[in-house]
Design a protein around this ligand. Structure first.
Ligand SMILES: C[S@@+](CC[C@H](N)C(=O)[O-])C[C@H]1O[C@@H](n2cnc3c(N)ncnc32)[C@H](O)[C@@H]1O
Length: 211
């Protein structure tokens, strides 16, 4: 791909492909398992096209602060953002350095986002900073398989996959990253999505508290 084609792909096509993949019913089923647990002031990191918004329990949520650097995805989601039945603030920026005060959020939510953030270690430290000390991180992510054979293939394919899939890494160890950033994992369910290949379908769904 020439660099002009690559940048057109990244700016216009990739956000639509990401939105399409994230809109699948099987993905919505995973959202239903985690998003309704959010409460109070929610920091949603990588809010993208707002596909989690219909899954929040409006009676539990006072405000959602959505952070995302991708103007194209935010534009795709603008109707959903407007229709949200709770206060919503969108910050166009990166999770690595959020312009938000420490201790702002009761809940931080990440869905299919830790795979894409360039400096994910730094982003998790900033999420921990913005969470209240007694707050909770909810996560639903695909990542590194527990099968050594599949993980080896994830390592091999990630450099190419990253270029095609908007920066997505197949091989991140989600639980380890969360723990290294100073969280204690309360619960994590590891499973493979039905019908999806292990390489992209291996999931981490659960919650963690700042230590
Ligand atoms: C696969 S999409 C998932 C979007 C949404 N969380 C969902 O579940 O539909 C990955 C998201 O991570 C966002 N992202 C990428 N880099 C980021 C960063 N540095 N900080 C915050 N979000 C980022 C992308 O813009 C995109 O919205």
């Amino acid at each position: 791909m020439t660099s002009a084609c690559a940048s057109l792909y990244e700016r216009y096509l990739a956000p639509r492909l990401v939105h399409g993949a994230c809109s699948l019913n099987v993905v919505a089923e995973q959202r239903r398992r985690i998003v309704p647990r959010a409460e109070g002031v929610v920091l949603e990191v990588g809010i993208g096209s707002g596909l989690n918004l219909p899954h929040y329990a409006p009676s539990r949520v006072t405000r959602v602060i959505g952070v995302d650097p991708d103007a194209a995805l935010l534009r795709i989601g603008r109707k959903r953002l407007k229709a949200a039945p709770f206060e919503i603030e969108v910050v166009r920026g990166s999770a690595e350095d959020m312009p938000l005060e420490a201790g702002t959020a009761d809940t931080a939510l990440v869905t299919y986002t830790l795979c894409t953030i360039p400096d994910v270690e730094r982003a998790l430290l900033d999420i921990r900073r913005v969470l209240k000390p007694g707050g909770r991180l909810l996560f639903c992510e695909h990542g590194r398989s527990h099968s050594p054979r599949a993980a080896k293939w994830q390592d091999r394919l990630t450099p190419l996959w990253k270029r095609m899939a908007g920066g997505c890494h197949l091989n991140r160890s989600v639980s380890r990253l969360i723990e290294t950033a100073g969280f204690a994992i309360e619960s994590v369910d590891n499973y493979k999505l039905p019908l999806a290949p292990e390489l992209i379908g291996f999931h981490y769904l659960g919650s963690a508290r700042p230590r």
